[in-house]
Design a protein around this ligand. Structure first.
Ligand code: GLA
Length: 379
């Protein structure tokens, strides 16, 4: 907090925050109208701001030590990298008719960047929350998540689904969020067993090819659905897919098979979690990883190494399940771990991963955290 005050040069008038997320299961199916099961992590993007004269928003990120200045009277032009998350969200609020006052803001985030934990969604949602605080108008949470998703589509050029922004807005402490991406309705699944730990293992392999390959996967899923005469893969079954095999190329077939099986694994995992069946949940996580590696082809050697190490530790050693999380091609894996074995599991994964890849992983455990919050605003 002192850092933010020092960077602003005065006491903040508004402070907001929004979390990153980790997806337990339901990968690459949000844009197929499927189910996803993320939770917010205890890593957040925090923004502190003060009013400023003129029609300009000046935003500085302490994490990257860069500043962007945005004219608030007209639609912002696209910028570079992280600026687009901010510019896109401001543009979304302008389209809704919001009049933004001039402001100076600083951003600090401890969400690891670019490793599948939604650092970008956390900036988008934090900016949206700041605008809500500054204008005094709280918008409908679904509309807020969709506005942030549009920023990603239109400014950052990534045709993402709704999961990340939705989780950053709606997540609740001690709950997973079961989101039905077709109805855009969600259910909070209690997840507070003190005997369990969610461990995030960042391979420290920077995601490569992710944007282009992501768009390609999404297009292949759409073409598989189209070949079956369906609006989305949500309505497909393995039988229908098999029947339409001749009408699509081999990759679309495999992408379709991943989405169909992943959607059913995700509902099964929500049931297993509600029943406290951690071994069953873990098996579904491993099956999800296999499908993402073989059918969806979004894993990488280092992620496979982590999942393999976790599998060898096994339930006896305290690991119920493990899989890559997020878009893939590098980034992080998520493991469900028995809390009492947490320390040993962390050490074993760190050591074996280092031995096998020569790389240093970054690990942290997290409980499900709360979604975006306004921490300070004038009375
Ligand atoms: C990224 C996207 C999400 C989702 C995941 C994969 O995080 O932003 O919408 O598609 O990849 O599950």
């Amino acid at each position: 907090m002192e850092r933010l005050t020092a960077a602003l040069g005065r006491e903040p008038v508004w402070i907001v925050s929004a979390p990153g997320r980790v997806n337990l299961i339901g990968e690459h199916v949000d844009y197929c109208d499927g189910f996803v099961l993320p939770m917010a992590v205890e890593r957040r993007c925090v923004i502190a701001a003060v009013p400023a004269t003129g029609d300009v928003g000046r935003i500085r990120t302490l994490t990257l030590n860069e500043t962007t200045e945005i004219e608030l009277a007209s639609k912002p032009a696209a910028g570079r990298g992280w600026e687009n998350y901010v510019r896109g969200v401001i543009s979304g609020f302008q389209e809704r008719g919001a009049r933004l006052p001039g402001f100076d803001a600083v951003i600090f985030s401890d969400v690891p960047l670019g490793c599948g934990l939604s650092s970008s969604a956390s900036i988008e949602v934090a900016i949206a929350t700041l605008i809500e605080a500054m204008t005094g108008t709280i918008i409908d949470p679904l509309e807020k998540a969709e506005l942030c998703q549009r920023a990603e589509h239109e400014y950052a050029g990534v045709p993402c689904g709704l999961m990340d922004q939705y989780a950053s807005v709606m997540a609740r402490r001690n709950h997973l969020l079961l989101l039905d991406c077709r109805t855009k309705q969600s259910r909070q699944v209690p997840f507070a067993d003190p005997g369990l730990l969610v461990l995030i293992i960042n391979t420290n392999v920077k995601r490569k090819l992710v944007d282009g390959e992501y768009a390609k996967r999404r297009a292949q899923c759409e073409s598989a659905a189209k070949a079956m005469g369906l609006a989305s893969l949500r309505d497909a079954t393995l039988e229908i897919l098999e029947g339409a095999r001749g009408a699509m190329d081999e990759s679309s077939f495999r992408r379709g098979r991943h989405a169909i099986t992943e959607i059913s694994r995700t509902s099964a995992a929500a049931d297993a979690i509600a029943a406290g069946d951690w071994a069953g949940t873990g098996r579904l996580m491993y099956a999800s990883h296999d499908s993402l590696r073989d059918d969806f082809e979004v894993s990488c050697a280092e992620l496979d190494v982590v999942v393999d190490i976790a599998g060898r530790i096994g339930e006896a050693g305290g690991v119920y399940g493990c899989r890559m999380t997020g878009a893939g091609f590098g980034g992080a894996a998520v493991a469900l771990v028995r809390a009492s074995a947490g320390r040993t599991v962390e050490e074993t994964i760190r050591r074996s991963y280092r031995e096998q890849t020569g790389l240093e992983p970054y690990l942290f455990a997290s409980r499900p955290a709360h979604g975006a919050m306004i921490l300070r605003r004038p009375d």
